[in-house]
Design a protein around this ligand. Sequence first.
Ligand SMILES: Nc1ncnc2c1ncn2[C@@H]1O[C@H](COP(=O)(O)OP(=O)(O)OP(=O)(O)O)[C@@H](O)[C@H]1O
Length: 443
Amino acid sequence: MDLFEHASRKDEALLAPLAERMRPTRLEEFVGQEHLTGEGRFLRRAIQQDQVPSLILWGPPGTGKTTLAHVIARSTGASFESLSAVLSGVKDIRETVARAQERWRLHRQRTILFVDEIHRFNKAQQDALLPHVEKGTVTLIGATTENPSFEVNAALLSRARVVTLRGLEEEELVALLRRAVADPRGLGGKVEVDDEALTFIVQASGGDARRALTALEAAAAHGGARVDKAIAEEALQHKALLYDKAGEEHYNVVSAFIKSMRGSDVDAALYWMTRMLEAGEDPVFIFRRMVIFASEDIGNADPRALGVAVDALRAFELVGLPEGTLPLTQAVTYLALAPKSNAVLTAYAAARTAVTEGGPLPVPMHLRNAPTKLMKSLGYGAGYKYPHNFEGHYVPEDYLPEALRGRRFYQPSRNGLEQELAERYEEIQRQLASRTREPGEEG
Ligand SMILES: Nc1ncnc2c1ncn2[C@@H]1O[C@H](COP(=O)(O)OP(=O)(O)OP(=O)(O)O)[C@@H](O)[C@H]1O
């Protein structure tokens, strides 16, 4: 039984991606970032003296933020816990803190809490965590790729020291790849990778160690026992086609999501929504697209849709993830099945064309503001009819500039609630057309 468990755990370890298998566990294996971890530098000293404060690690992807948090925990004998600011809810934070308290109470063991994407922490999450950072129950290590002085909340910033990580240098990445080729945790010396191929991979990695290791792994899988530059190139191209979170594929999925809602296919909309979440998309980005969609593709066919989208966003900001997926799903299902109209979009486009092409046409005299006697004597406001003085609070009248009389911008659909507006619109057009003009009035 024991043997079995051991064997399966070992297989799992080998199934993990190369970058994961090669993650340094000691400071000696950590590459680059000499300004932090070199002899006598701040972080090395803090680790040696076991006095690591709460930190915010700011740096590009794949430069060792997560790794550093692991190394710190291991070297200081602290327990390591990790949360995602995007995916973990307040409940997860409370449970993590409770475990940390327990560890301290029973074993006097400290806890390092790693929070990925710390700039996405919302108010509720912060309130649940910060008092415990203050008390020292947990040492917080947050990671962010965004400039913390703009993106990280002040309450957090004042409790943690910001540390900057740099993209890794080419030589550092080459050394890292060589180690991965030889190390038994890595490719175990079974693959030969020539220098040109290594340089090619490193140059395609933009200082990102995870990218470099993942590319090496793909090249090794592609090429067998020997990897040269041509094989590395081919492998990388193939990979780029399969998955590219930040690039084309991302936009394809967003596009499929919007089109599914527009096409009233609620199941497809849910599928693409989930694809985006799983790929690590910021839910707020999805919400913003939905708020726009509610106006652009539903509009007055169901004016409640805009409210549903905005309320769901507000709810999400209150509860965060994972519970925030519920208002998100609710809004997606509502928007997908609501009656559709693009009359808002076309109305604005038509009005804008009239303004940009027609130039600043004069305001008709009867609509002008007449605050002074002089203006009144010049005819400003003369002949204005106050609609409330007429039956039904309406009187047929011209409001557009003279040159645009009779132009229609709004083309209401006959869908959903917009049907009512369409009927009212037609009625008004009829009254305008059949109005009896007073003598002297232009036709
Ligand atoms: N400085 C480094 N020294 C050695 N290996 C590194 C270093 N930085 C990254 N790596 C390798 O890259 C992998 C990913 O790094 P890590 O998870 O620390 O990145 P990160 O900075 O947290 O980036 P992300 O924000 O993308 O998660 C690690 O598993 C490790 O193999």
